[in-house]
Design a protein around this ligand. Structure first.
Ligand code: 5RP
Length: 241
């Protein structure tokens, strides 16, 4: 009898499968979260064996991990175009649309993904949904006027028939969570989002919204690890700046 893979082992299997697409000289966006951390860890091992790549981290957390593993790092200012970004997701659907930001790094993750020819997402099969929205959508807002911005978010949601609590993310009972960019995050538990493109557009148009966790048209392939192995959704060759 085979022992079923743990969620963590599945995440590592997805990360391992992506590593096969990494080659000498690549400029890589390094994602944030527990699945992306497996990729960075495995990449570190390959770098120790002699692989030469340059990484642009999507968070301070990832920067510290990659630095500790001896991966050569850069910034988007020095290296504005990347070959491949590898990142996790909180949810994805069959059209490769994602919800991200559970780990609080959505803004840098989106900027880095947009600077990349390809974005490969690594995830375990539990992240796959028919309709996005079971995972509360993170919306990153400037601290200035955050309560007004929240009212606008509520208004946009209402206009699309979306309801549900909008909660300021906290890092301690009295302390709001701050992103690497010094912004707040509202976690919006809207439930099923039937029109993610429209919601994305309308949220982005609110002054005070820095960005939101809907990643649409960015992922080129998703490596989905399940109990029977890793399945690839999308196109591993596609994408281009
Ligand atoms: C961080 C993210 C992560 O990619 C997302 O939260 C998935 O994390 P994990 O791999 O730990 O489940 O968007 O902002």
């Amino acid at each position: 009898m085979t022992t079923p893979l743990s969620a963590d082992a599945m995440k590592r299997a997805a990360a391992q499968a992506v590593l096969e697409f990494v080659s000498h000289g690549m400029r890589l966006g390094l994602g944030t979260g527990s699945t992306a951390a497996h990729f960075v860890d495995l990449l570190g091992a390959r770098v120790r064996e002699g692989l030469e790549v340059i990484g642009v981290p999507t968070s301070e957390r990832t920067r510290m991990q990659a630095e500790g593993l001896g991966i050569k790092l850069s910034t988007l200012d020095e290296t504005p175009e990347l070959d491949l970004t590898v990142d996790g997701a909180d949810e994805f659907d069959a059209s490769l649309r994602l919800i991200k930001g559970g780990g609080g790094a959505l803004l840098r993750e989106k900027i880095v993904a947009a600077a990349s020819k390809r974005m490969f997402v690594v995830a375990d099969a539990t992240k796959e949904v028919e309709t996005l929205g079971a995972f509360p959508l993170p919306v990153e807002v400037d601290r200035f006027g955050a309560r007004s911005t929240r009212l606008h978010i509520e208004g946009v949601a209402r206009g699309l028939g979306l309801e549900g609590p909008i909660m300021l993310r906290m890092s301690a009972p009295e302390t709001p969570y701050l992103t690497d960019g010094g912004h707040y995050i509202y976690d919006c538990a809207f439930g099923a989002i039937d029109a993610p493109e429209t919601l994305a557009e309308r949220l982005q148009a609110i002054p005070g919204v820095v960005d939101h966790g809907l990643f649409i048209g960015l992922a080129t392939a998703i490596f989905v690890a399940g109990r029977d192995g890793v399945r690839i959704v999308g196109d591993v060759t596609g994408g281009g700046l």
